[in-house]
Design a protein around this ligand. Structure first.
Ligand SMILES: [Zn+2]
Length: 253
């Protein structure tokens, strides 16, 4: 199995959301990562990043969210253009896994018309609830006219231990990470917002945008156990780590 790390956009936010000691005016640039997993039984995309239109006109799609999470994406910083770099089109994707339903993680779901979409049952429930927009769930992104397949616990996607989805509630109730096992380069835990920056995990700091604080602390303890077991944690939005990783055509196997 090959794993390609693809850019799903880039945003600017207040640094204090992630780093409590940061000044009120300080900002931080965050990469948005998507992962293409080329398994013999199908192509899996873990998260779909920001919608391409947010690179030029985020407010039309995101409304007020565009002021909290300011897009800095270049014209090809979206998973559709990045898949093309790898030689694929959206119809080549068999399974889309959404770590959660925030707009920087499911913004391109609409393009994957042939894929089975998977997320945690709690995530679908919260995104569908009243006032979900206040919590960052925009139906234009997550709600498509196709059914979503839900999980409510750990799920081994192809029953071979290669891609195992792990619920990690905290950032959102249905937040889900994935443990990916590759032959040559070993195991990777795709954290998404269960561990956005390395400093959150290393210093055991809950980001301010954590919906369930106690659950998040438990999830971070679990991620540290996974890390201690030898897996490399791929943080959801850590620019320093992002710069060191292989991207696009350059893959892990
Ligand atoms: Zn995120």
């Amino acid at each position: 199995m090959k794993m390609h790390i693809l850019s799903g956009g880039r945003v600017r936010m207040k640094k204090s959301v992630y780093v409590p000691e940061a000044g009120r005016e300080e900002t931080i640039e965050l990469p948005v990562s998507c992962y293409l997993l080329r398994h013999t039984q199908g192509n899996v995309l873990f998260d779909t990043g920001c919608h391409p239109s947010t690179a030029t006109d985020a407010e039309s799609r995101w409304g007020l969210l565009a002021r909290v999470m300011v897009p800095l994406s270049g014209p090809e910083d979206n998973v559709i253009d990045q898949l093309r770099v790898v030689g694929l089109v959206p119809d080549d994707i068999d399974v889309v896994v959404n770590s959660h339903f925030h707009s920087d993680h499911c913004g391109c779901n609409e393009f994957f018309k042939k894929a089975t979409v998977i997320c945690h049952a709690r995530e679908l429930e919260v995104a569908s609830s009243d006032r979900a927009e206040m919590k960052g769930y925009l139906s234009v992104d997550w709600k498509q006219d196709r059914p979503v397949e839900t999980i409510d616990g750990q799920k081994d996607l192809f029953n071979d231990g290669r891609i195992v989805l792990l619920p990690m509630p905290g950032h959102t109730p249905g937040m889900t990470g994935a443990l990916v096992s590759l032959q040559a380069t070993g195991s990777f835990y795709l954290a998404s917002d269960s561990a956005p920056l390395q400093s959150n995990l290393d210093q055991d700091v809950n980001p301010r945008n954590t919906a369930l604080k106690e659950d998040n602390a438990k999830s971070m303890a679990e991620i540290r156990r996974i890390q201690a077991g030898g897996a490399t944690v791929l943080f959801g939005h850590d620019d320093a780590q992002w710069q060191t990783l292989r991207h696009g055509q350059d893959y892990y196997d």
